[in-house]
Design a protein around this ligand. Structure first.
Ligand SMILES: NC(=O)c1ccc[n+]([C@@H]2O[C@H](COP(=O)([O-])OP(=O)(O)OC[C@H]3O[C@@H](n4cnc5c(N)ncnc54)[C@H](O)[C@@H]3O)[C@@H](O)[C@H]2O)c1
Length: 279
């Protein structure tokens, strides 16, 4: 039997204390040091308090993922807390409530900062999962911009042609940011391999969280709900189903899986591709 005092604690980091983040924290956090990060104090404190009451060893680290220094500080804090096992990046904003600039800062650049900051502290066995979106499977980007989203320095990304063409279309910005997440994750797998670590993404469809409720209440809400019926899913996904996907991708059965994306969308991408391609 191993001497427990000799073991470094396993550390799990979850960015975003919203619907998916708290479900992932519950699914992955048992018996581990759980670090929850969010830009907003109120949801962060509420989630940490609830998790602690349920017996989790949870702590909150206020973090703005659109600020590189803030993300690097989070990564250092996590590395200092023990053996970094899993990082699940769920912090994000949606097109229903955020401006183009905020979507680019949080969803696009924030994900780049998370990939880069945690790569520096990743150890053998660390697994990062970034939550992208089914929207990322619908965006069309030219090959040059796509290559730049995959590997150009973060400072260059907002100068790309595809970004300049967005105007004030926040839906297009969200699709572009999520597409950029997918290609960035795939490209990052090589650097993560050098550390014996893995990086993947999950592309959710409509998942019943506060974010999806805001979208359902917005201009395209009826259409979104009709699409769930039309594609045959007939319901939104649950945060627990995203947590299950994150558990698989960060777990021992996915040790040879890196640089890929897992669609968890009940068939929405298939339906959209057949019926209503945008752009
Ligand atoms: N819910 C859906 O239907 C759906 C579908 C596809 C993709 N997604 C993606 O899933 C992820 C999680 O979404 P959710 O449904 O849990 O949303 P949510 O709104 O419940 O949670 C998102 C959390 O991110 C936090 N956040 C926002 N900006 C931040 C920042 N700059 N730094 C740190 N934290 C910040 C918010 O405070 C919130 O707690 C997002 O990336 C979202 O784009 C959601």
């Amino acid at each position: 039997m191993q001497n427990r005092t000799d073991d470094a604690r396993d550390v799990v980091v979850v960015t975003g204390a919203g619907g998916m983040g708290t479900a992932v924290a519950r699914r992955l956090g048992s018996g581990r040091t759980l670090i929850l990060a969010d830009a907003f104090r109120e949801p962060l404190d509420r989630a940490v308090e609830a998790l602690r009451a349920e017996g989790y060893d949870a702590r909150g680290v206020p973090t703005d993922v659109s600020d590189r220094a803030s993300v690097e500080e989070l990564a250092r804090t996590a590395a200092d807390a023990g053996r970094l096992t899993a990082v699940v990046h769920t912090a994000g904003v949606s097109a229903a409530t955020a401006s183009v600039r905020t979507i680019l800062d949080v969803d696009l650049l924030g994900t780049v900062y998370v990939i880069e900051a945690f790569e520096k502290v990743a150890v053998r066995g660390t697994s990062l999962v970034c939550v992208a979106s089914v929207a990322g499977h619908m965006a069309r980007i030219g090959p040059e911009d796509e290559a730049a989203f995959a590997s150009a320095p973060a400072e260059e990304l907002l100068g790309l042609t595809a970004v300049a063409a967005l105007g004030d279309d926040s839906i297009a910005a969200y699709m572009l940011a999520k597409r950029a997440n997918l290609v960035r994750v795939q490209a990052a797998a090589l650097a993560w391999n050098e550390r014996g670590a893995r990086v993947n993404s999950i592309s959710p469809g409509v998942i019943a969280t506060a974010m999806a409720k805001a979208e359902a209440d917005g201009a395209s809400g009826d259409h979104m709900l009709q699409m769930l019926d039309a594609c045959g899913a007939e319901r939104p996904g649950t945060p627990g189903e995203i947590a299950d996907a994150a558990a698989f991708l960060t777990g021992p059965q996915a040790q040879y899986i890196t640089g890929t994306d897992l669609l968890v969308d009940g068939g929405q991408a298939a339906w959209i591709r057949r019926h209503m391609r945008r752009g």
